[in-house]
Structures are given as structure tokens and as C-alpha cells.
Design a protein around this ligand. Sequence first.
Ligand code: BEZ
Ligand code: FE
Length: 293
Amino acid sequence: MTDTADSRTTPADITASVLASFEGCGDERLRELMQALARHLHAFATEVGLTQREWEEAVRVLTATGHITDERRQEFILWSDSLGLSMLVDALANPLPAGATESTVLGPFYVPGSPAREYGESMAAEAAGTPAWVHGRVTGVDGSPVAGAELDVWQNGDDQLYAVQRPEAPEDHLRGRYTTRDDGSYAFLAVRPVPYPIPYDGPVGAMLEATGRHPWRPAHIHMIVRAPGYKSVTTHIFDRESEYLDSDAVFAVKPSLLRDFIPHAADDPDTPAGVQGEWVSVENDIVLAPGED
Ligand code: BEZ
Ligand code: FE
């Protein structure tokens, strides 16, 4: 064949060949996913004029991501979180009826199997900050109380760490499963959460540094609320006074999840049993959408 301008292979020809290679895929959804992935990947490379050196650097970053990942550290999810993909996938998958409590990221520090705890019980196995009385009601969107709902709760302490990040910490420190009473009410004793950085000693941290972003998350308490006949919701209570609410490293802040942590003096007559010194309280009602998981 003569080497004329007309017979040259163009970038668009390459993209078309890749798309065509998936035409025989018998799984319709897989075909759709792979073709769209190839189309958008090629469009990305074309739009930015991706250079050979940049592509090699990207391969190095992906390789480093694989190397740092193990059972305790999931750097691929951290990429998804720090690029807002986790929040986007959640928003696409969980359209909610009006009034239902919004969801947000699960994060890497959830450990299933927290101990079942009583109404009002503390989940701090050791001193971990200002005591926080967290209370509210779980209802359906029609306002009816949800009795027997489970609130699976976990949080960090004032050292910024989750217990799972500290091998020496008591296993059940700052986590617990609470059950709502007949009127849908619940309460537990937590500590006031503090902002903390997502793990930044790997490729995601390098990206944040190189792009002038910070790794911090605003102060929050995690919970998953489950009840038969309702969709589970994975959510946070955010401290309305926290730093970083407008620049969360993982884009997980939703205005409807901000709550007031109200200060109380040590001699407040409502001081919960076992609390000494100043404390805070936060009211957090949860509204569940009907359905199943
Ligand atoms: C967290 O809130 O625990 C978290 C979420 C995403 C990435 C890192 C931490
Ligand atoms: Fe967290």
C-alpha cells in the first residue's frame, strides 16, 4: 500500500478499532461499560494531548497504588474517594424520596461486628475527647417511628485516629451498635469528633500535594442505619463548626447532614451518667426511605 495521507491511521481510527473489538461481547452491560470506558479514555487522552512521558508516569502511579494496597489499606478506593467518584456512584445508585436522610461515603475505617450496646451507653473504652451525647429518633418519611432500627456507629478520637488504625487500642473503642426504642428514639455517648487527614503517605497523598489540595476531612461521626422494610442509609453527622466543611478531601459533605454540637457545663442537671466535666449534645433525627437493600 502506498503511504499517502489518505491511508494513514488516524487517532480516530484507533478509537474506532477498539470500540469495534467489543462488538462481539455477549454480555450487553459489559459491552456498554467497556465501549464507554474506551471512548472516554481515548477522548481524555486526545483532549489533553497526553504525552508518552505522562502516560508512563500514570502507569507508575497505578503500579504504586497496587503495591501499597493490602487488606488494611485500599488505595484504589482512596483514589475513587479523592476524585469524587465514590460520592457520584452513591448519588446515582441511591435516589431518595424527599425528606429521607442523605447518604455519604462509607470510608475505609468501618469494621463490621461492633458490639451491641444499650440505650445511652458510652462507646469510648478510654478517654478520647469531650463527651458527646448523641440522640434523636428514627422515623419513616411519613414521620412514623421505626422501632428496633439498628444504628451501627463509629468515629475517631481526639488523636484523629480510628481504633482500627491503632493496634494497641481496645478493639471496640469508639464503635457500637445501638437499637431504637418503641418510639424510634435512640441515644449514645460518643466524643466530639475532630478533623483528620485521609491517609496521605501514598500515591493519593502525592497527587493531593502536587495539585495543591489538602488531605483533611471535617469532623464527623459515621453511622449505618438499618431496619427491616427500609433502605439502609450510610451517613455522617458533621459538626457544623468544623474546619474543612467547604473543602472535604473526599467531597462527602452534604448541607443536610450538618448538626449543632451544643456545649454544656459540668454542673448541667442533664449531664449523662458517667460524664465528668464539660460535654456537648447533638440531636440527629434519621428518616429512612421505604424499601429493601
Ligand atoms: C472516613 O471518613 O473515614 C474516610 C472516608 C474516605 C476516605 C478516607 C476516610
Ligand atoms: Fe471518617
